[in-house]
Design a protein around this ligand. Structure first.
Ligand code: FAD
Length: 459
């Protein structure tokens, strides 16, 4: 038996960040992961490899189409998909290696193997050769791709996101089920690399939960890039016949292609975790229920990240990990949960934080909206990235910023400023009265803040 102060199960952004924070605060820490390369979904098969492919395919598409307009003529552009995938793998190796180095630097023991709870304060690793004991245990086992009832992913024709970032050739026609950020990002990658792409969504808009005006604008821009959408369509079944896949839709014609990507969300990963040994019961959708201190129903056992549900995003997992460890070690009270932004790294990017117009209307909150388009921004003009708009929603009386919704190039970078502003409870006047560097894309935020009071200067 090896004794620790804290054992973390799962070395994704929730788990490895929890381990590092706890070690920084003086705890003796072990982290257990089934995979030898720490980093979880995010580093191995999620955020990082998908962004590597998005960037590579963006460069390819720019060379093929966009540079011509600026007088840069490139001929004979060809695609070596193998090399593109190798680059992606190198990026993943560098970052998972980086987590290993951080563990070493912080004196954290990484145990490779499946972790299983075995009664209070005990975790068994792998086949049982190693047993760890600890006063505190954090469950950070993440999530895995979900499918629809009756639809099995065979990983050859009917794919999950892990398959779709590792294809050896571009499909002729990729049918994507689900218009969330994973479906849109991976659909974009393969569209740029030559596939016909059709995205099917059961709701009547893309990016469910996103501000409707923002989502509709993004859809229009994606359609211009050749992505096809079938909205309001409930997929009932996928059948595969030789090389043909048919995606069946309730009350409509089937959509056929040669590959289908199921991008309908992710489900918490709790199989074999031994939750029953401590009487921890799962809540709806298979999440581990926790209170506002990340405590499960078992004393000394906490959970963070995708496995507790909510927005399944790496930065949310990291933020929870830090709060959870601070509460365990320093007894800090449960504070306000931080603002969690979300970004789709498509072109243009879509980045949002806080309430949507629909939320505010539903809750009867009085608000004003300020909108400013990318096309009226000098830097966007010089970059030739004219599509998009920034929308700021502020309370009608207090002027506090309630939501920021961006569609446009580098929106994912710009949203960080909005997150800080909202975390500090800034008003639209605070942004409008700040001096922004010129020419920068960030000026769209200042102008949108001015527009909240009909005072935008450049439109
Ligand atoms: C294609 C794709 C793109 C994405 N892009 C983004 C993005 O751009 N931005 C963003 O914020 N999020 C993105 N995400 C989501 C992000 O990857 C997750 O939200 C994040 O990884 C969750 O972190 P986590 O620590 O909770 O779990 P995970 O990263 O899933 O890590 C859980 C770890 O636990 C291990 N594990 C599970 N069970 C056990 C067990 N019993 N014993 C030992 N180990 C176990 C797993 O091997 C895994 O390493 C993307 C996801 C996908 C699939």
């Amino acid at each position: 038996m090896q004794d620790y102060d804290l054992v973390v199960i799962g070395a994704g952004p929730g788990g490895y960040v929890a381990a590092i924070r706890a070690a920084q605060l003086g705890l003796k820490v072990a982290c257990v992961d089934a995979h030898p390369a720490p980093g979880g979904t995010c580093l191995r098969v999620g955020c990082i490899p998908s962004k590597a492919l998005l960037e590579s395919s963006h460069q390819y598409a720019a060379l093929e189409n966009r540079l011509k307009q600026r007088g840069i003529l490139v001929s004979g552009v060809t695609l070596d998909l193998n090399k593109m995938m190798s680059h992606k793998e190198r990026v993943v190796r560098a970052l998972t290696g980086g987590v290993k180095s951080l563990f070493k630097k912080n004196g954290i023991d990484l145990h490779v193997g499946r972790g299983r709870l075995e009664g209070p304060g005990r975790v068994v690793v792998g086949d049982g050769q190693t047993t760890l004991s600890a006063k505190s245990i954090i469950l950070a086992t993440g999530s895995r791709p979900a499918s629809l009832p009756g639809i099995t992913m065979d990983h050859r024709f009917v794919l999950d996101s892990t398959d779709a970032i590792a294809l050896s050739s571009a499909p002729e026609h990729l049918v994507v089920v689900g218009a969330g950020y994973i479906g849109l990002e991976l659909g974009t990658v393969w569209r740029r690399l030559g596939s016909q792409v059709t995205i099917i969504e059961s709701l009547d808009c893309i990016l469910p939960g996103t501000d409707r005006g923002t989502a509709d604008l993004a859809q229009k821009l994606f359609a211009r890039q050749g992505l096809s959408f079938v909205l309001g369509a409930r997929v009932t079944q996928v059948t595969v016949d030789q090389d043909d896949c048919a995606v069946h839709i309730e009350g409509g014609d089937a959509v056929t292609g040669d590959r289908v990507l199921m991008a309908v969300g992710r489900q918490p990963h709790t199989e074999g975790l031994g939750l029953d040994t401590l009487g921890i019961a799962l809540a709806a959708r298979g999440v581990i229920p926790v209170n506002d201190r990340f405590e499960t129903s078992a004393t000394g056992v906490y959970a963070v990240g995708d496995v507790i549900g909510g927005a399944m995003l790496a930065h949310k997992a990291e933020a929870e990990a830090v709060s959870c460890v601070d509460m365990i070690v320093q007894g800090t009270p449960a504070g306000d949960r931080p603002m969690i932004p979300s970004v789709a790294y498509t072109d243009p990017e879509i980045a949002c934080v806080g309430a949507t117009e629909e939320d505010l209307k539903r809750r009867d909150v009085p608000y004003r909206a300020g909108v400013f388009p990318w096309i009226a921004n000098g830097r966007a003009r010089s970059h030739g990235t004219l599509d998009g708009e920034a929308k700021i929603l502020a309370h009608r009386e207090s002027d506090q910023i309630l939501g920021v919704h961006l569609v446009g190039s580098q929106a994912g970078e710009l949203i960080a400023e909005a997150v800080v502003a909202m975390q500090l409870k800034a008003t639209s006047h605070d942004l409008a009265n700040s001096c922004y560097p010129h020419p920068t894309l960030s000026e769209v935020l200042k102008e949108a803040a001015l527009a909240v009071h009909n005072q935008a200067l450049h439109i």
